[in-house]
Design a protein around this ligand. Sequence first.
Ligand code: HEC
Ligand code: HEC
Length: 290
Amino acid sequence: MPTKIEKDAATGQMTTGHEWDGIKELNTPLPKWWLYTFYATIVFGIVYMVLYPAWPSLSDHTKGALGWTQRGELAQKMEAEQQRLAPIMARIEATDIADIRNDPELMGYVAAAGRVAFADNCAGCHGAGGAGAAGGFPSLADDDWIWGGTPDQILQTVSYGVRNANENSRINDMPRFGVDQLLDRAQIDDVAEYVLAMSGTATDAAAAERGAAVYAENCASCHGEKGEGIVDLGGPRLNDGIWLYGGDKASVVHSITYARRGNMPAWAERLDPATVKVLAAYVHALGGGQ
Ligand code: HEC
Ligand code: HEC
């Protein structure tokens, strides 16, 4: 019930004129600093809504007077970063890998950018640091090369890949000796033992001996007389105990029966030339380059 506004004797403050059962309400206004801060936030909010994307609608949102977007800002930063790197990328594109290796500045860039690009594009198949993975993904950090370990050979493999649709792709399809009945089971068993004997893991000497003739006739043309591999054909070495698909008897029999025919993408179709070269130089430097 409103009564008159008066000075409260106990506190010296004014009352609001509201009173309930003899209790009077003191007039305690908000502190000025608080009030002005509050107004300032309202003004800030309005200005922000005008300048920046703010209100959602059913299918879209208000765009704001500045036209700013987070995505646009990222694009700008990436553009700036690309321009910063453009000179060094241009130098890499114009330089042979052999010369890149002799240039400490370029190699420093290859080590840093190569690690990132490798992790993004290659590690999924070839393992972290190019250690290789079971199921046909060769180690890139050893000096066992299917398609060759010179800078140019590596650049060629990375650019055009293996067994893909690119016209420059490396291709060599091992025959499916079992499925296509080029060899019978006994011959496959014999030649598998012969292959195992090359790395000293055969269990049946007589079978391995019989397998030698099968090997010479059917396999040496791609894998070499002694299983040393033929880099020009991409026929992997069989006598070094390093296996793409496993060196136990069952895996070797499977390789001969079905052939594996692993694929590697053509990176020239997906990455710019300088990045492909960075990756080739990076792989070459991983340890086993020739
Ligand atoms: C989808 C899986 C996959 C990805 C991703 C991949 N590779 Fe490969 N890569 C393979 C396979 C499979 C082979 C073996 C092909 C064969 O059987 O000859 C191979 C072979 C290679 C070889 C030849 C090795 C040798 O011993 O001659 C190089 C070099 C290579 N990859 C580099 C790369 C680089 C660099 C990247 C990333 C830009 C990459 N690979 C990404 C699957 C992949
Ligand atoms: C036309 C060429 C060619 C002929 C002929 C050929 N191979 Fe191969 N072989 C390959 C290629 C290429 C690979 C690589 C794996 C793939 O297919 O992806 C391979 C892979 C293998 C592997 C798997 C190696 C590993 O590291 O896991 C074995 C084992 C093998 N061959 C055995 C044989 C035997 C035994 C014969 C003969 C009966 C034979 N190959 C004939 C081309 C050939």
